[in-house]
Design a protein around this ligand. Structure first.
Ligand code: ACO
Length: 330
């Protein structure tokens, strides 16, 4: 989209809860083992929020770091978007709780549900608000406390997910700034919605009505998700590269949704992206849904991998099935 202005990533931050749930811990809970989990997923541990930590608390800690990195204060922020499927409450939005905790009242704040694509969907909306000149500084957060929706008797799902939050401040760029968001392309295929669900507490099925406790937990068809994850993320990477007329050699880093290392390897393989230019941090975090991309991005920045001026491709897929890409110069 052509607009009046372009947006840039002004600051990044993330937060992972202190408590760690390792593969060895899971061996005590379900019939699984560390070797199987590492070989089939790449995950070694995940972080779990404390009983008194809500999703907005994780958002707050990540947001404070992103604001500090951007050298801005909460009063500079014009809009807050939180990508999440595990917010504090069904109503009101986690973004409103975050707004209050940050102390920046009277600005627009809303949650966005695109599951694991929630962060890049939110970035795409922030980019539109900046391109049209409506806002200058937007706080975008991906955050989940997913462990509360995981059945720790189901070995197929409980090994995968963790809690965490990542935040970006997206700001209006100077007209001379080359480090801008170049494009965002978002998609959804509702025909595949039943592959990955969290059914309880919705208008179709209230939590109190269901005798089937699984309906209150994340349920997925793992193999089908796997195939669609590779297919959609590869298609999204191709779309972004064709739209911007760049080839894989011109991309410094790909930051993919962190669900399974084998999914990331399969996507890299399609474009001959070397794995050492794919950011992989899921060994430490597991799948934190909407939070994986900003957490992995922040980790790569803090560890000297991603640097200012580099060209970065973000890609995600999630329940919906949603998918998308963002190409930017950091
Ligand atoms: N430990 C040990 N064995 C296991 C485990 C476990 N935790 N889970 C499954 N198995 C067994 C199965 O029962 C099966 O046994 P069988 O051959 O006797 O029937 C065997 O391992 C192989 O099972 P598969 O399902 O074929 O294993 P696969 O290699 O496909 O790995 C996995 C399963 C890890 C779930 C994989 O399919 C996957 O990662 N899918 C994508 C999941 C995902 O990304 N979900 C979230 C996406 S969207 C979002 O992020 C919200």
């Amino acid at each position: 989209m052509v607009g009046l202005y372009r947006s840039r990533v002004a600051g990044v931050g993330s937060y992972l809860p202190e408590k760690i749930l390792s593969n060895k811990d899971l061996e005590q809970m379900v019939d699984t083992n560390d070797q199987w989990i590492v070989e089939r997923t790449g995950i070694e541990r995940r972080h779990i929020a404390a009983p008194d930590q809500a999703t907005s608390d994780l958002c707050l800690l990540a947001s404070q770091k992103a604001l500090e990195d951007a050298k801005l204060t909460p009063s500079d922020i014009d809009l807050i978007i939180v990508g999440t499927v595990s917010g504090d409450r069904q109503m009101p939005s986690t973004a409103c709780y975050l707004q209050h905790k940050l102390g920046c009242s009277n600005i627009m704040a809303f949650d966005l549900n695109a599951a694991c694509s929630g962060f890049i969907y939110s970035i795409s909306i922030a980019d539109q608000f900046i391109r049209t000149g409506v806002y200058k500084n937007i706080l975008v957060v991906g955050a989940e406390v997913l462990h509360r929706y995981i059945n720790y008797k189901d070995r197929e799902t409980c090994i995968l997910f963790g809690d965490g939050a990542g935040a970006w401040v997206v700001s209006r760029a100077e007209s001379t700034d080359k480090n801008v968001i170049a494009s965002s392309h978002m998609h959804a295929d509702g025909g595949l919605s039943e592959l990955l669900t969290l059914q309880g507490n919705g208008s179709l099925l209230s939590t109190s009505e269901t005798p089937d406790e699984n309906k209150n937990f994340v349920q997925m068809k793992g193999r089908e998700i796997f195939k669609n994850a590779v297919r959609t993320m590869a298609a999204c990477c191709k779309e972004a590269m064709e739209h911007n007329q760049v080839n894989p050699d011109q991309i410094d880093w790909v930051v993919p949704h962190q669900a399974n290392k084998r999914i990331i390897e399969a996507v890299a393989d399609q474009f001959k992206f070397p794995m050492d230019r794919m950011v992989v941090y899921l060994n430490e975090t597991g799948n934190t849904s909407a939070a994986t991309i900003p957490i992995a991005f922040d980790w790569a920045v803090k560890n000297g991998k991603i640097q200012r001026g580099q060209q970065i491709l973000l890609t995600a897929f999630g329940a919906g099935l949603t998918s998308g890409s963002v190409l930017l110069r950091y």
